[in-house]
Design a protein around this ligand. Sequence first.
Ligand code: 6PG
Length: 243
Amino acid sequence: MANLLVFPDLPSLTQRAAELVLQTAQEAAAARSQFNLALAGGHTPRALYRRLTEPDLADHFPWSQTHIFWGDERCVPPDHADSNYRMAYEHLLRNVPLPADHIHRMAGEDPPEQAAQRYQAELGRHFGGRPRFDLILLGMGEDGHIASLFPNTPGIDDPDRWVIVVPHDSPPPPLVTRLSLTLPVLNAARRLLVLISGVSKAPALARVAQGDLSLPAARLRPVEDDLSWLADADAAAHISSAS
Ligand code: 6PG
């Protein structure tokens, strides 16, 4: 499996991920005076977000040139326990000097299709057309989903939609409608980092390594070919050296 980096545990994975995020931010800011980052939700990236607030990294981070977006959001208010915005705010955003207008939140509190269309318009304004993120952070579910692109999600690779509504009424929880960037937007990013931790992810990661395209994670094919899988030993336990 190309670009699979295996770490003994989540803390060591988190440290490397933080170094890669900082490096990507500094490169983007130097090259284009802007760093456009899309965050992942869920539990795995929380330690990474906290790590980025620590002075040895935060003091070298180009916050004034950084714009924060989300790869997906649950259709709940921003103060809801299931909100990816709330998770990022608590673990990262409230502790770093980001200009308020650099935080581009998906409006989970709004009617989903309206929120999706408005976010797509905001992306268009910000990027001047099709969005091309400098970095998109992703986690992966036990079913091989990324962002809120689940197996059999309709519209996952619609070339005309950058943000879709995903009705979600079956595991994994939370069973709530979501908003998600589509696969073409993920694959247009300059760099993708997928953070995967825990033995529960091992079967799906093995299927991704074998190229099982029924899993959305296996369909990550960034045009710049800059895709790294950061897994801890538990998540990589089923990966054979051959794959
Ligand atoms: C979400 C996330 C989702 C997450 C995976 C892995 O909104 O739920 O964006 O794609 O990254 O489900 O979640 P964990 O990190 O909690 O295992």
